[in-house]
Design a protein around this ligand. Structure first.
Ligand SMILES: O=P(O)(O)OC[C@@H](O)[C@@H](O)c1c[nH]c2ccccc12
Length: 260
């Protein structure tokens, strides 16, 4: 399965990164580091849905999504159009991302940034902070509950927030047991690549009160937004439909229903 392949490759990449930038050097950067921004607050403090807009060049299911790809320009457009946060894909081999995109975008914008990658080792948590992330994605499907608890704790210690991703009831139970505060419901089935907003509808029925919920993937229209809002989610994570838009600004206005 593709996820196993991604994780295998990720382990190799992490080993190389550790050689280039050992943990003690990351720690010395962090000492003089900035204070992270409050990702959770921007998701919660809004009457409509908050938008986390993703900088995503390619994906294993779609190939290259956007040819004319300048990550900083895209981030600036997102920022100008007042999205609540930006997600930056940093995975290189399957999504054509880069950690450089994250640090570039950090220097160019001052809204919360989510590092979107496959985090499987504590090293990557410290690295994320050094790159300028405010929050990280933790994917329940690739972590044990022990790792999930430990990684959330390590992130918190250095001021990073975690978006904990689930796709089914079993994963949701694990996330809740690990006391995740911000839960991302991924509408995409990573085995078939199909997206279905009913995943969010199903899991919302099992959600305890007080969690902050982000619906992820496969969100394309104003109708999708209205539907998710009616389910009571706090925010949405949108990549492809923004990246394919001729005018990203127009697409954001359409999704928000500006002028309806
Ligand atoms: O491009 P979409 O369908 O709008 O999806 C965005 C985002 O949810 C998706 O990129 C994503 C969700 N979880 C992930 C984990 C790893 C990589 C990518 C993802």
């Amino acid at each position: 399965m593709i996820l196993d392949k991604i994780i295998r490759q990720k382990r190799l990449t992490i080993e190389k990164e550790k050689m280039k930038m050992p943990l003690h050097r990351i720690f010395s950067i962090l000492e003089e580091g900035r204070q992270p921004l409050d990702f959770k607050r921007v998701l919660k403090n809004k009457s409509g849905l908050s938008i986390i807009a993703e900088v995503k060049r390619a994906s294993p299911s779609r190939g290259v999504i956007r040819e004319d790809f300048n990550p900083l320009d895209i981030a600036r457009i997102y920022h100008q159009n007042k999205v609540e946060a930006i997600s930056v894909l940093t995975e290189e081999d399957f999504f054509q991302g880069s950690s450089q995109y994250l640090s570039q975008i950090r220097r160019g914008t001052d809204i919360p940034l989510l590092r979107k990658d496959f985090i499987i080792e504590p090293y990557q948590i410290y690295q994320s902070k050094a790159l300028g992330a405010d929050a990280i994605l933790l994917i329940t499907a690739v972590l044990s509950i022990e790792e999930l608890i430990l990684f959330q704790r390590s992130a918190k210690e250095i001021g990073l927030q975690c978006l904990v991703e689930v796709h089914n009831q079993k994963e949701l139970e694990v996330a809740l047991e690990a006391d995740a505060e911000i839960i991302g419901i991924n509408n995409r089935d990573l085995k078939t690549f199909e997206t279905d907003l009913e995943t969010t509808a199903d899991l919302m029925k099992k959600m305890p009160k007080g969690k902050i919920i982000v619906s992820e993937s496969g969100i394309h229209t104003r109708e999708d937004m209205k539907y998710l809002e009616s389910l009571g989610v706090d925010g949405v994570l949108i990549g492809e439909s923004l990246m394919r838009a001729d005018s990203i600004g127009d697409k954001i206005r359409e999704l928000r229903g500006v002028g309806d």
